[in-house]
Ligand binder design. Structure first.
Ligand code: BGC
Length: 687
């Protein structure tokens, strides 16, 4: 009914943004805009509100611009490490709640690209390397956003799996591999959340730009998955008018290079039909109604930073992964440790955050370099959550020292004689650049070795965007992966170190031993790369075909088929208690087993179910088929049922263009990690 009332001009106005605005200083932006990454004006005579969207991958971006506050959540990859669907929903709620309070009605977070390239600068915005885990986590996250009557989004569709050459690269992949890996993740997330938007990516896929890719947009997303929302382009990822419009792009962002006058001309000339323009508008309008931005118009209020911090800390405490804990080095016992040497990572004042369009502004400015003005692209921002303060609170009678770590010898001497030395190792990652390799930047590997040589009780807390290599792993007694832990990160790390919280995170991504073990020991195209791209303005010249070598064997599957033992496997994560698995029973629809807490403290376990397809599939590796996260008191047992969802363990038959649950025997493996299978069975399926 609304659509019928709209004029041609109004319909055209809806299908593109109003320019770069605040993202490109010096360019004008409309007075009514709320200063987010994109803006579409309202149509007051029809009661259609403006679309005010903001980047919000790990919290709302650019809030300091207007003196507003946003909660920095742990990275999305951290969230995936919790394997907790409720935490994912909460994560989205925080984002939705704060977007509303700040006057935005759409989120453009929801990063869903799978990790094919562990050095990808944006892995921290995504949910790891497994389609079933990532799809479910991102789907619940987007549901959380939309629960606040804010439109959600899932991006970058598809195969924007590295930043190197992201504006030119052509990902070449067969349909089966696409459908069973990255697209399966998108499918799960999109079907769960029914997001308002799907943002198409910068790169090409099989020769066509992602934003004018008929297969990805029309055939798969809209026809096959029944997506009812709209496709918006990544910022300047639109490359044509007629081709893009007919291939399924519904809205150009952030400006109108192709979907303004040129689209009007194409409609007048009949190259793009009026039905298609109506469809674009229908998709946008129905999503506004569906998410509730029309019935519940955004009303500005003040973000509650305390609620935000509690939520962020809770998620961090579930997502930090205890990778190594030799001789039960951890938890530290407050009365017993008299001297604690903290080293590096600015742990005296702060935790690090990820950059790019996922950068959240720190309250009070960068905690290690407070300056006037907003965040600078490419410059690491630290948030005022001090691990040192939190540790001092938990161990009030201990002497807690801090040494910067710039000088390894000075750090080693500070560590000597301490009851425990804790090194905080950081790695800044950002959109627009990949890490050259898996090594921790700067002198940190040497620093850790020097400290470990001086003190056998050395624990490393990693604050990184993703996996890093650990040549010193054998020398230290404990390692925590704290990811980017968010505004409650300092407290969360301290709570885990002292056992106030029992670690329960599990790796959503493999930590390989070295770059040599990766499908591509060097990132494709890195040599030809232009300097750090600014907000998507990267050079468009040059192109490379990229055929990911691992293909179907993405993530942990690669290490199995290539016979490389990882440093820490997918799904790995230790606890201060132990769990026993027993009583496996498998039927055609579910896997049943019992988990018992065999230790002395309460703890949560993420019980993982992997499946091995019949030989005829030609997929000789584990596939995650489901999981259950459960909290158990000491001695407590619980029987768990994990459904076998055929959609997650099928193969995509490219010739027949359909999914097939192959007939045959399926191996079922259950345990606390992909490499810690406790019980096994088989089941005959597909007949
Ligand atoms: C990024 C998107 C982001 C957009 C708007 C692009 O450079 O790839 O993820 O949403 O900019 O800031």
């Amino acid at each position: 009914m609304v659509l019928e009332q709209m004029t041609l001009e109004e319909k055209l106005q809806m299908v593109h943004g109003s320019g770069w605005g605040v993202l490109r200083p010096g360019t004008p932006y409309p007075a009514e805009s709320n200063h987010g990454a994109g803006f579409v004006p309202a149509i007051p005579r029809l009661g259609i509100p403006k679309i005010d969207l903001a980047d919000s991958a790990v919290g709302v971006r650019m809030s300091a611009f207007d003196g507003r506050y946003s909660t920095l959540l742990p990275s999305a990859l951290a969230l995936a490490g919790s394997w907790d669907l409720d935490a994912a929903h909460l994560y989205g709620e925080v984002i939705g709640r704060e977007l509303r309070a700040q006057g935005f009605n759409m989120s453009i977070g929801g990063g869903m690209d799978l990790t094919r390239e562990p050095r990808n600068g944006r892995n921290f915005e995504y949910a790891g390397e497994d389609p079933v885990l990532a799809g479910n986590m991102v789907g619940h996250l987007a549901m959380g956003v939309q629960s606040q009557h804010v439109m959600g989004d899932i991006k970058h569709y598809a195969f924007n799996d590295q930043e190197t050459l992201r504006n030119t690269i052509n990902v070449v992949m067969d349909k089966r591999t696409m459908r069973e890996t990255d697209l399966l993740g998108f499918e799960i997330a999109i079907k769960l959340a029914q997001p308002a938007g799907v943002m198409c990516a910068y790169n090409k896929v099989n020769g066509d730009w992602a934003c004018e890719n008929d297969y990805l947009l029309n055939e798969v997303l809209k026809k096959d998955w029944g997506f009812k929302g709209w496709v918006l382009s990544d910022w300047e990822a639109t490359h044509s008018t007629v081709k893009a419009a007919n291939a399924g792009l519904d809205q150009e962002m952030p400006g109108e290079d192709y979907f303004g006058q040129k689209l009007k001309d194409a409609i007048a000339g009949g190259q793009v039909s009026m039905e298609r323009l109506n469809d674009m508008n229908h998709r946008i309008l129905r999503s506004m109604f569906a998410a509730g931005v029309i019935d519940y118009p955004v009303r500005r209020s003040v973000v509650d930073p305390f609620q935000g911090k509690d939520d962020a800390q809770h998620i961090a405490e579930e997502s930090i992964v205890l990778l190594k804990n030799e001789r039960n080095q951890l938890p530290l016992v407050a009365g017993k440790v008299r001297r604690i040497a903290l080293i590096g990572g600015h742990a005296d004042v702060a935790v690090i955050s990820g950059g790019g369009s996922a950068q959240v502004d720190a309250p009070g400015g960068n905690a290690i370099d407070p300056q006037h003005g907003g965040t600078v692209w490419g410059k690491p921002v630290y948030f005022p959550s001090s691990p040192m303060k939190a540790i001092r609170k938990l161990a009030p009678s201990a002497e807690v020292t801090y040494t910067s770590g710039d000088d390894a010898a000075a750090a080693a001497s500070a560590a000597k004689g301490a009851d425990v030395a804790i090194v905080f190792a950081t790695e800044y990652m950002t959109e627009g650049a990949d890490a050259a390799n898996l090594s921790l930047p700067g002198n940190q590997d040497a620093l850790i070795s020097a400290v470990a040589a001086a003190n056998p009780h050395t624990v490393v807390a990693l604050e990184t965007g993703g996996p890093v290599s650990m040549p010193w792993a054998g020398q230290v007694s404990g390692v925590l992966a704290a990811w980017y832990p968010g505004i409650g990160g300092g407290e969360a790390i301290a709570n885990l170190l002292f056992g106030q919280v029992n670690p329960s995170g599990k790796l959503p991504i493999t930590f390989p031993k070295s770059d040599a073990d990766l499908p591509e020991p060097k990132i494709v195209g890195r040599e030809e790369r232009s300097p750090n791209s600014d907000n998507g303005r990267a050079r468009r010249s040059g192109s490379a075909d990229l055929q990911y070598k691992e293909g179907l064997a993405i993530g942990y599957r690669w290490y199995e088929v290539s016979n490389h033992q990882p440093m820490f496997a997918f799904g790995h994560g230790l606890s201060y208690t132990t769990f026993r698995y027993s009583g496996l029973q498998v039927d055609k629809s579910a896997v049943h087993f019992t988990v018992t807490n065999t230790g002395k403290v309460a703890g949560a376990e993420v019980a993982q179910v992997y499946v091995r397809l019949p030989q005829a599939a030609g997929e000789p590796f584990q596939r995650l088929a489901g999981w259950e996260r459960l909290t158990l008191a000491p001695g407590e047992s619980r029987t768990v049922t994990v459904p076998l969802n055929p959609a997650w363990i099928s193969i995509f038959d490219e010739k027949a263009d359909r999914w097939q649950l192959l007939p045959g025997d399926y191996g079922v493996e259950v345990g606390g990690a992909s490499d810690a299978i406790a019980v096994k069975g088989t089941v005959r399926l597909g007949e």
